[in-house]
Design a protein around this ligand. Structure first.
Ligand SMILES: [Zn+2]
Length: 157
């Protein structure tokens, strides 16, 4: 149900940059549907608003998330997501709809995004703490081999 390139939503970018971006993405094989998703998201993660063009890494690690897992790949059901948000969301829906996937599916796209955004904002806080903790632990372990095991056995004693 492609509506053609001329009807794509415009980004906040000025017209010249917008046109160059569209040309660039097209030259990289983006279909009209993928272009539409990128542009309607203004090239930001739809769950945390990270601007995905701010680094090569964030753009290349961005992902297509199925808002309703198992649903169609179209601009109604696909959200542009950063790798971190999608690694938390995966194939889940907000916990309050876990027993009622049908009700979640029937919401409008903006409502689904709003609910997912709020759930993921909370989940990310825990996730980042966990991630940071593990990074420090790994760093400490490489600088002081054996201390992780030593502290853990001391904690258990
Ligand atoms: Zn994100």
């Amino acid at each position: 149900m492609s509506e053609g390139i001329d009807n794509l939503p415009s980004t906040l970018l000025d017209q010249e940059v917008h046109t160059s971006l569209v040309d660039l993405l097209k030259s990289r094989g983006y279909t009209d549907e993928k272009l539409r998703i990128c542009l309607q998201a203004r090239c930001c993660c739809e769950y945390c608003d990270e601007y995905l063009l701010h680094s090569v890494h964030s753009w290349h690690s961005s992902q297509w998330d199925h808002i309703v897992p198992g649903g169609p790949f179209d601009h109604e059901n696909i959200a542009l997501s950063c790798q971190k948000c999608n690694s938390i969301k995966r194939d889940k829906i907000p916990p309050q709809y876990c027993g009622n996937r049908k009700e979640f599916s029937s919401l409008s796209r903006p409502d689904k995004i709003r609910l997912l955004k709020s759930w993921l904002t909370d989940a990310r806080k825990e996730y980042h703490l966990e991630e940071e903790f593990n990074a420090f632990r790994t760093l400490n372990e490489s600088a002081n081999p054996g201390t992780d095991r030593k502290y853990r056995s001391a904690a258990q004693a």
